[in-house]
Write a protein that binds this ligand. Sequence first.
Ligand code: ADP
Ligand code: MG
Length: 682
Amino acid sequence: MLQLDQIPLKQIHGVSALKEGELHAFGIFNVQDMLEYYPFRYEDYRLRSLSEVKDGDKITVQAKIMGIPVLQRYGRKSRLTCKLMAEDWMFTATWFNRHFLKDQLTSGREIVVTGKWDLKRMQMTVSDSEFPDKGVARSGTLQPVYSIGGKITQSWMRKTMNQTLQQFGEMIPEILPELLVRKYSMMPRKKAITGIHQPEDNREGQEARRRMVYEELFLFQLKMQAFRALNRGRADGVVHTVDNATVREFVRSLPFELTDAQKKVELEILHDLRSPYCMNRLLQGDVGSGKTVVAAIGLFATVRSGFQGALMVPTEILAEQHMRSLQKLFEPFGISVGLLTGSTTGKKRKELLASLQMGLLDIVVGTHALIQEDVYFRQLGLVVTDEQHRFGVNQRSILRRKGYNPDVLTMTATPIPRTLAITAFGDMDVSTISERPKGRIPISTYWVKHDLMDRVLGFISREVDQGRQAYLICPLIEESEKLDVQNAIDLHIQMQQAFPNYHVGLLHGRMTPAEKEEVMRSFYANEVQLLISTTVVEVGVDVPNATLMIIMDADRFGLSQLHQLRGRVGRGSHASYCILVADPKSEVGQERMKVMTDTDDGFEVARRDLDLRGPGDFFGTKQSGLPEFRLADMVADFEVLEKAREDATDLIKDSSFWTSPQYEVLRGYLQKEQIFQGDLID
Ligand code: ADP
Ligand code: MG
């Protein structure tokens, strides 16, 4: 039988070549992809009784048309009203810009209307209507809502999904072993996929989702456990031979004493470096906890063992910063550090690549420019990635493949609960820096409304007059980098007028790398006292003399982003402040402000963030660096994840898994995922 992933989209009736191209943009390339393109929520068109609904609810009711519709026109706009009767309730229905409906609203005819219910005025603002005598499509059902865009409309997607299910639904194969389907009383796969797109009711939708969430997590775990089983005991990693005395000499040269947490992590890393197994370690620590220096110790040990090290970061600003601080630390030891970013070009780039390849350069710091094809190392021994959630799995593994089984350290400021990290990353070890350096004064966070902006400006003068520096972050305009930039430019002009005696800098994503570098350099050097910026300073930037972070329209940012931004201050010995300027309209926005003012502990912020988002937010793990799934949310579905892991482990241990015909589909799946070619999984 033909596999669904081999059937091209154009076999679906109604999918033209043009539409096919549009679907590609969503990662849909064949019938299987189409069927696995799940809705992220449903719209409820089920019929309700007016006696049980609340004021403000969005509802669907069936009613009878009473009397004569009234149409008012205002230029190109119009308003159509008509009396309707549902059960014993007489109410007014209002349509905007649907003048063409007027002739169809004949007295006595049945109609199904969907809209917002206003109990006090006994009226409904109608968003959708259908006439039962012409047949209904939506009414009485839950309608899927897909993430779409471009020329694909919601109704086209619904229609096409329906068509796909009709043509190919019968061909959907079961892929889970019978045993597991029965163990959890799950729906068969065919029913679950149909049920996710077109649930009869909430219960069926939930059951369908439960089945597919389990399946996703199970396949993910199966892949990881299979890989483990096939690679267990492969001791062919790089062995670093550095001795303790040499490392201690470097640690003593640092300008501060390591915290206990840093020391503990340092030992864990050194242990891994010396072992013949490949290190695959995740280092997590709140912003400002001092991860960079721990990476530096690892890099030092690598170079002293005769290997090269690479440090990959997500932005050029960060690359420059790490480059400078590593150079300072390594200079006395004669260790060379190079910088490779998108702006390293021409002769400079050629020379750098040559010295990397010949082993003349010990350490290279860079952006994703490091993973370009023509970058070669002589002997890559350690790969470090900072702010790992900003990189895709592929980017990290390309860098790793530039050496022969180098050790790998990934760093993140987004705290992931330990149990979750272990389950999610399988054989990745986790180290946590749980304390910040001594002598840090906690950051005081305030939330003010826009009408207090004068006071905020006063605060800026106070800090700057004491020799400190400040950041002012512009509002985030979703999906419009252009507006972001315009905002930054406007604010910059305003602030220059407000503070004629200070140097006010400007930083945004549309500047050239050289311009950005110059602005950051002058901010590091305190030649600029107030830096107006978009979120480009969000990750990693370290200017200890900056003590004030002001975030405009703070309620537009997510909690983890706010915490990251706040982490730009509180990095030195001076008291630091974060001021959130916001008049939040939504409850969630207010709640975010409250979380930020309640705590500056990143783990606590992350926990409250999860509470706020709640389960069912399918996109909830985006920022956390956890693997992403179509349906499953590692955090919300954690219990399922654990069960799936146990089941996968048991199955892999069972020798019949590798031979019995009943597992052929699953083996085929692993084959497709290239497990047998020894592809590492992050
Ligand atoms: P992050 O974990 O956010 O990447 P950084 O590595 O940038 O944090 O460190 C934040 C600041 O703290 C840097 O200026 C760094 O030099 C300093 N720092 C790191 N470790 C210590 C320590 N043990 N004592 C004092 N300051 C430290
Ligand atoms: Mg950092």
